[in-house]
Ligand binder design. Structure first.
Ligand SMILES: Cc1cc2nc3c(=O)[nH]c(=O)nc-3n(C[C@H](O)[C@H](O)[C@H](O)COP(=O)(O)OP(=O)(O)OC[C@H]3O[C@@H](n4cnc5c(N)ncnc54)[C@H](O)[C@@H]3O)c2cc1C
Length: 440
């Protein structure tokens, strides 16, 4: 069993996309980085729909080829049925030459983590971080439990910088008590499970049996219903189906009652029920996560950075989670690299990084949730990001914002930022003809 060192330059908590990418960037720069992951990889994770924006980050970290070699399903875009209105987005219409992906997250995340190790990061699975002591601001002490042997061993490691990439458990924000749940009327929970042999929605707007996956490109299918919305993401061997409903909806239900609610809802919804008609639910696959939208203040400090879901998570509707994790990893590691070169300015670098991360988070939140302008979001930062986006990317996002009825604030901000008019002028020619029905 490899011994965990007693010190390093940077300690990363968590080996999901945020932590593994951060470890890769640092190791590639010759920085001594240790990553502690409490699970044994590959481990389950939700979030199988990836947008093409991820490629710029995976190119930066040199892992794109390994992802391509795995042969994940490539997706052409998305189709939504929201309040009975149909929309379709195809990435290729917006200049994207590379596809989105539908990935089994256990495999995808393991590719990223193995890549970090192959680049020189020292990775330890089954080691859970328990506490961080910041009393020596130059060298925080990280206390962990090593669960690899027959008995748990307590240990400590000293570093110059900590990256918290612990996902939705938000390790540091919990220790600092800075994590806040988004206002109560936006509290949703997700219930998701897996089906074998489901039909899928193709880019041709028709439904297909799973054996057509080699010949028809799939899309991510999303539909609203009175109580919330549903995703349908076809994978190579199974299909991920998730319900998003207000947290209150299942309050007081035990596991079995939640499963009944989930399966009955799936069986009753138009379109979805058709897609699942030939399918078999994989017993035991139902999972759930309540109150998944939260944010925190002070996600960066002079010796720590919270990235990915450890900093904030908004909503899965536009598949921003993994992209956000990769973006945060790139921003935080840039700040740390500069801080290691020039320690005097490390607080300044961390503040710049905090601004960047809050800007990205505010942007996602404005796009995903109907409620905007309240706690946790700086509208000025969001407008600046809108102004700096490449026109095609902005156009894709604005079109995506039309797909649901939740982004009125996003459009309001775009108007205030002065980017909506230009978009509306150019847009009509590019808009695909409206869909009036799906052939299921
Ligand atoms: C219902 C739902 C649906 C989603 N759908 C999508 C989607 O379609 N597309 C998309 O892009 N995103 C989606 N997401 C979001 C996506 O799953 C996350 O944004 C993404 O996984 C964040 O990556 P991460 O590295 O920050 O965290 P994670 O992937 O959660 O990784 C964190 C890691 O830290 C480890 N860890 C935690 N605590 C400790 C500790 N104390 N010590 C050591 N290790 C620790 C965990 O074991 C874990 O491996 C969805 C999220 C939800 C809730």
């Amino acid at each position: 069993m490899t011994v965990i060192p007693q010190s390093c330059d940077v300690l990363v908590i968590g080996g999901g996309p945020a932590g593994s990418s951060a470890a890769t960037h640092l190791a590639q720069a010759g920085i001594d980085v240790v990553l502690l992951e409490r699970a044994v990889f590959p481990r389950n994770q939700v979030g199988e729909s990836l947008i093409p924006h991820i490629w710029k980050f995976t190119d930066m970290s040199g892992v794109s080829e390994k992802i391509e070699q795995e042969g994940f399903l490539t997706k052409a875009g998305g189709i939504t049925v929201w309040n009975d209105k149909f929309h379709q987005i195809q990435f290729s219409d917006f200049g994207y030459t590379r596809p989105g992906l539908h990935v089994e997250r256990d495999i995808f995340d393991a590719i990223l983590l193995n890549h970090a190790e192959s680049c020189g990061a020292r990775v330890f699975n089954e080691v859970a971080v328990k506490k961080i002591d910041f009393s020596d601001s130059q060298c925080p002490d990280i206390f962990y439990t090593d669960k690899r042997g027959y008995s748990n061993q307590e240990g400590a490691i000293r570093c110059q910088y900590v990256i918290d990439a612990s996902g939705h458990s938000s390790f540091l924000a919990s220790q600092f008590k800075t994590r806040q749940t988004i206002s109560s009327h936006l509290n949703f929970l997700s219930l998701w499970g897996y089906f074998e042999n489901a039909r899928f929605v193709g880019v041709d707007r028709q439904s297909h049996a799973s054996d057509a996956l080699g010949s028809v490109k799939p899309v991510t299918f999303v539909m609203s219903f009175e109580e919330g919305w549903v995703w349908h993401i076809v994978l190579r061997e199974k299909t991920s189906v998730g319900l998003i409903v207000p947290t209150e909806r299942t309050r007081g239900m035990d596991r079995q009652q939640r499963e009944v609610f989930y399966r009955q809802t799936c069986a009753q919804l138009p379109y979805l029920s058709k897609l699942l008609e030939p399918a078999r639910f994989i017993e035991g696959s139902l999972q759930f996560r309540p109150d998944y939208s939260y944010y925190s203040h002070n996600v960066c400090g002079e010796n720590y950075y919270c990235i990915g879901d450890a900093a904030a998570f908004v909503d899965p509707i536009f598949s921003h989670g993994v992209q956000n994790a990769l973006y945060n990893a790139a921003a935080a590691t840039l700040a740390i690299k500069e801080s290691l070169k020039n320690k005097k300015h490390r607080l300044r670098y961390s503040q710049l990084c905090e601004n960047r991360m809050q800007q990205f988070y505010g942007f996602s939140r404005a796009l995903s949730l109907g409620d905007f302008g309240c706690n946790g979001v700086n509208p000025g930062l969001v407008k600046n990001l809108m102004k700096s986006l490449p026109p095609l990317e902005l156009e894709l996002i604005l079109l995506a914002s039309e797909m649901t009825n939740r982004s009125e604030n996003f459009r309001h901000l775009a108007r205030e930022a002065g980017v909506l008019g230009q978009f509306e002028e150019n847009f009509s020619g590019r808009k695909r003809e409206p869909i009036t029905a799906l052939e299921f």
